[in-house]
Design a protein around this ligand. Structure first.
Ligand code: 13P
Length: 258
């Protein structure tokens, strides 16, 4: 973290979890405990149908609500999809783009990721762009090359001021939902590499301002160590964001470093 130059963002990715009724119970449990979370921004990315409800439930807090994916077209015959304007119109502020589960199960490519990032920014949403290698890629020693490619293609055509608004989440696929966290050094090294890519493409001032998260089995126990890395500015949290007390512990770990 480096609070002088950039915001810390702790974001939950609920994936395909929680009904609106369960979302309400979660909000009731976590709201009284939230406090001021003064150093970091807190985001909950929830299933599309529950966004309007979540926005209502968290209206009187500083928790922002986000979507988990979007389409890049403004409208059209894309059964089941939602546009960035739809997300914006119901009160979402963020949208996750290019999560490895979307890449794996829904044929998302680096090129569609790029289109989605641009569409989100044009609509005034902040994209949380996910990148990360598989275990096989890590073992082959191509992590840096792969991350460079993913980041460069995802950000292609963006202006400097647009790049500043992109949150980048480094999520090694082998650490997602497995309980196997990258070590703070491993995660920190890739996040530093991501910042170096931004520096090369957009200059030192932009690189300094971009929030880079780590995601992959982040929890109440390992959050503080991961967040103590200079280039890790937050987390994108799956499983541990589903329990109010666990998510709160991660928010507090971020606040304590402020
Ligand atoms: P877990 O925290 O459950 O490993 O999930 C991470 C993730 O995929 C967040 O987007």
């Amino acid at each position: 973290m480096n609070l002088k130059y950039r915001k810390t963002i702790i974001a939950g990715n609920w994936k395909m979890n929680k009904t609106l009724t369960e979302t309400k119970a979660y909000a009731e449990a976590i709201k009284p405990m939230l406090g001021k979370h003064k150093w970091c921004e807190v985001v909950l990315c929830v299933p599309s149908v529950n966004i309007p409800g979540a926005v209502r439930l968290f209206r009187d807090t500083r928790v922002a609500i986000g979507g988990e994916t979007c389409h890049y077209e403004a409208s059209g015959a894309y059964t089941g999809e939602v546009t960035v304007e739809m997300l914006k119109d119901v009160g979402a502020k963020y949208v996750i783009i290019g999560h490895s589960e979307r890449r794996q199960y829904y044929n998302e490519t680096d090129f569609t990721v790029n289109k989605k990032v641009r569409a989100a920014l044009d609509a005034g949403l902040r994209p949380i762009l996910c990148v990360g290698e598989s275990l096989e890629q890590r073992e082959l020693g191509v992590t840096e090359e792969l991350i460079t490619y993913q980041v460069k293609v995802a950000l292609a055509g963006l202006t400097e001021s647009q790049v500043r608004r992109v949150v980048i989440a480094y999520e090694p696929i082998w650490a997602i939902g497995t309980g196997k966290t990258a070590t703070a050094e491993q995660a920190g090294a890739v996040c530093s590499h991501i910042r170096a890519i931004i520096r090369k493409g957009y200059g030192a001032r932009v690189a300094r301002a971009v929030t880079i998260q780590y995601g992959g089995s982040m929890n109440a126990k390992n959050a503080a160590e991961l967040l103590s890395q200079p280039d890790i500015d937050g987390g994108l949290i799956g499983g541990a964001s589903l329990k109010p007390e666990d998510f709160l512990a991660i928010i507090n770990a971020a606040n304590q470093q402020g």
